[in-house]
Design a binder for this molecule. Structure first.
Ligand SMILES: [Fe+2]
Length: 536
């Protein structure tokens, strides 16, 4: 059967393979290139093909036993250049038919088509695309229709500009906008800054041109000239981040009220959210369960996921494929990465002289975790999106109040103010966390209940919040079983679950996993649900 390839060549580049009926596989290219947020930089500069681009595409197609001639249609997101095709793509795919979709339409499609709703309002928010930075859509009967899009992406761009700003100070590098969000819990809101950020997010344009200068002069005026040392004081940074988060909360809440009006107008009680700004789990966790009873946020809500969105639009908008349970079953799983065979994995493991392996089961692995060991999990296809969801995760005991430090010293080397997220067996969620959320993709930050904070101290942020993954058996049976066994030993149905990486992107193949295992102090690797890898 002929296949369709969707190419996100902008930042967070990704590839998605599909038939006319279903998504077959998806991967962010940072996982292959091993460069964080990898993109096909300067793609417009090439007047010919590009070797790097071709190698990555071939590697991707190979993994799905597919070649160029199997590809029938190419889908791309529309950019400021309209429907122009970059040369490296045009040269590689000469005989294929091309389809273009708008940026926010693709974000909206990722949300609506993977949601359980036939009818919902979809709100998209990000750092801007060809069709604005904020969008409202109605999804109904298999189609996504635009209500309105507006803005220039200043909401997301403000965060990016400020991340870059702080990256250049002694407190940098700041790797993601989420780091600023994590730091906000330790700060106090400075009204002057909050107002400035609010204005910048609301009426952009200035973000890239004058915004850093505005910040510089504000700092000089307020902190630098009067108190030079305060400028690089960590508390200033925390206050700055708290002010940023506070202004984002206001804008987010304002936009949710607009969404509510559309829900009334279009007669639906369900909302779907998508776009990079929706990774703000603090605002999402605070407001979504408060405002709505029926809500859904997918995985891959950032620009990486646009490749999925374009293929979904091809299948549903152009091919009129129905949005049914069969389709959802495939799409709802975030485990869309490369598929590795057991013998491939074993051959790789055997080729390393510094490791050995033995057979093991979940009960024994759970016991090791309960004894304080840190385990890297490599299992099945990799999860898509920014969060580790159990197939490329590092797990540890949340009961140990020192575990955050241990993880930082042994493996992650992150800023000490950043929290570590947990995964909980979903039936225990309301026992441990406020707001009664369902969060399979780790999109919500909520408060840990008072009487549980001392049980899982390593999973509590400074403000007692936690960006939790709620896990059902069906979602990831192997990961569920591991936590279930940990619960039987400890009476705590929670594990710390952080992404399997050090400073690189999340590991993709077994060699990436073994490399990180050998370069850090991870105690063991747990592979394919039955092998334990040990350092010699
Ligand atoms: Fe976007």
């Amino acid at each position: 059967m002929k296949k369709n390839l969707s190419i996100q060549w902008g930042h967070d580049s990704s590839l998605c393979l599909a038939t006319n009926k279903e998504i077959l596989g998806f991967i962010e290219l940072e996982r292959i290139s091993r460069i964080k947020s990898y993109s096909f930089k300067n793609i417009w500069k090439y007047d010919q093909g590009n070797k790097e681009f071709e190698e990555i595409v071939f590697k991707f197609l190979d993994n799905f036993q597919c070649n160029i001639n199997d590809i029938d249609k190419i889908t791309l997101t529309r950019t400021a250049r309209g429907d122009e095709i970059p040369n490296p793509i045009k040269k590689l795919f000469k005989n294929q038919k091309y389809f273009f979709f708008d940026h926010h339409e693709a974000h909206a499609a990722v949300g609506y088509y993977s949601s359980p709703f036939n009818k919902s309002i979809i709100m998209t928010m990000d750092g801007g695309g060809n069709d604005g930075g904020l969008g409202f859509w109605i999804g109904e009967d298999n189609k996504v229709k635009k209500i309105k899009t507006e803005g220039d992406g200043s909401i997301g761009q403000t965060w990016t500009a400020l991340r870059r700003y702080w990256s250049k100070t002694k407190l940098g590098p700041i790797s993601t906008e989420g780091t600023l969000m994590g730091a906000s819990a330790k700060g106090k809101v400075i009204p002057e800054l909050k107002e400035l950020f609010l204005q910048t997010m609301e009426n952009g344009e200035k973000v890239w041109s004058s915004f850093p200068k505005v910040i510089e002069s504000l700092f000089k005026k307020r902190f630098f000239i009067r108190q030079p040392k305060y400028f690089i004081n960590e508390q200033t940074y925390f206050d700055f981040c708290a002010s940023l988060q506070s202004s984002f909360n206001l804008i987010f809440e304002k936009n949710l009220r607009i969404a509510q009006k559309y829900m009334l107008k279009y007669d639906t009680d369900a909302i779907v959210l998508s776009g990079g700004s929706i990774y703000n789990c603090v605002a999402v966790g605070n407001y979504i369960p408060k405002y709505f009873k029926k809500y859904y946020i997918p995985y891959s809500i950032d620009d990486g996921g646009l490749a999925i969105g374009c293929n979904l639009l091809l299948n549903h908008k152009i091919n009129n494929e129905p949005k049914n349970d069969e389709y959802l079953h495939n799409l709802n799983s975030p485990y869309q990465g490369f598929d590795y065979k057991e013998n491939q994995i074993l051959n790789s493991i055997k080729s390393y002289k510094k490791i050995k392996f033995k057979n093991i089961n979940e009960i024994e692995v759970a016991k090791l975790i309960s004894e304080g060991k840190i385990i890297g999990i490599f299992n099945g296809r990799s999860e898509s999106g920014k969060r580790a969801l159990g197939n490329r995760s590092i797990v540890a005991d949340p009961r140990n109040s020192n575990m955050k430090n241990i993880l930082n010293i042994k493996i992650k080397n992150r800023q000490t103010y950043r929290p570590f997220a947990p995964t909980i067996l979903e039936e225990f969620t309301s026992e441990y966390f406020e707001n009664n959320i369902t969060s399979p993709f780790m999109n919500f930050s909520v408060q840990v209940k008072k009487d549980k904070r001392n049980l899982i101290p390593a999973a509590c942020h400074i403000d007692n919040s936690s960006r939790v993954q709620t896990l059902s058996r069906k979602f990831n049976p192997s990961f569920y079983k591991l936590i279930e066994e940990f619960y039987k030993i400890t009476n705590v149905p929670v594990l710390i679950n952080t992404s399997f990486n050090e400073s690189e992107p999340i590991v993709e193949n077994i060699n990436d996993a073994i490399k990180t295992f050998l370069e850090t102090d991870i105690d063991y690797l747990y592979v394919f649900e039955k092998y334990l890898i040990l350092k010699i």
